[in-house]
Design a protein around this ligand. Structure first.
Ligand SMILES: *[C@@H]1O[C@H](CO)[C@@H](O)[C@H](O)[C@H]1NC(C)=O
Ligand SMILES: *[C@@H]1O[C@H](CO)[C@@H](O)[C@H](O)[C@H]1NC(C)=O
Ligand SMILES: [Cu+2]
Length: 183
């Protein structure tokens, strides 16, 4: 009886961890310790940073900047390319740090509208995927039926973006899956 109880507790824990990793939301601090500034080494800074991240719907994007020194505005690609604020998507965020929830898949473009900051490289393009289960990483994982929302146009991910930054959450996830097999 006692060991059965123990089994139940362990099973409950595994289930809890598993549920949490299915719903896991990653927080991405743009530029990491660099923050959201005019990048010293130019636009490549945020291109490189973004290529090391895996963005999924529901994740948080933190633009860490000093209020009144920078801001954040989401724009369409054309405005991003020309560093213009025309056709903004949503409202400009003037208070830093800014915490943005990624609510839709596809390409997202952000610029700073101060002076010539964008021209100097303070701009970020990211590709957000719809499903939390990255293709090929764990084929045995039961995939929630979110893949239906994946649009064909979302394949513009840089080829070098095999996600090294999956982190502890993924390890925990895998562990709970493996443990789940024993119970
Ligand atoms: C934002 O930047 C400040 C100053 O560089 C730093 O102390 C703080 O920890 C950063 N916040 C985040 C969320 O990274
Ligand atoms: C960002 O906002 C979400 C909720 O909207 C919150 O759960 C999360 O902790 C916030 N992140 C930071 C670094 O403030
Ligand atoms: Cu700026």
């Amino acid at each position: 009886m006692e060991s059965q109880k123990k089994m139940m507790v362990v099973f409950g824990l595994v289930a809890a961890v598993f549920l949490q990793c299915v719903a896991a939301q990653t927080t991405h601090v743009v530029g990491d310790s660099v923050g959201w500034i005019i990048p010293p080494n130019g636009a490549q800074q945020y291109v490189t940073w973004a290529s090391g991240q895996k963005f999924v719907v529901g994740d948080f994007l933190i633009f860490n900047f000093t209020t009144n020194s920078h801001d954040v505005l989401e724009v369409p690609k054309a405005s991003f390319d020309s560093c213009s604020s025309t056709n903004p998507i949503g409202n400009i965020i003037t208070t830093g740090p800014a915490n943005i929830t990624l609510t839709s898949s596809g390409e997202h473009y952000y610029i700073c509208t101060f002076g010539r900051h964008c021209q100097s490289g303070q701009k970020l393009a990211i590709s957000v995927s719809a499903s939390a289960t990255s293709p090929g990483s764990s084929p045995s994982a039961p995939s929630p039926s979110t893949t239906a929302g994946t649009t064909p146009g979302v394949t513009a991910v840089p080829p070098s973006s095999s996600s090294p930054a999956v982190g502890a959450g993924f390890v925990l996830c895998s562990l709970s899956l493996v443990m789940g097999l024993f119970f």
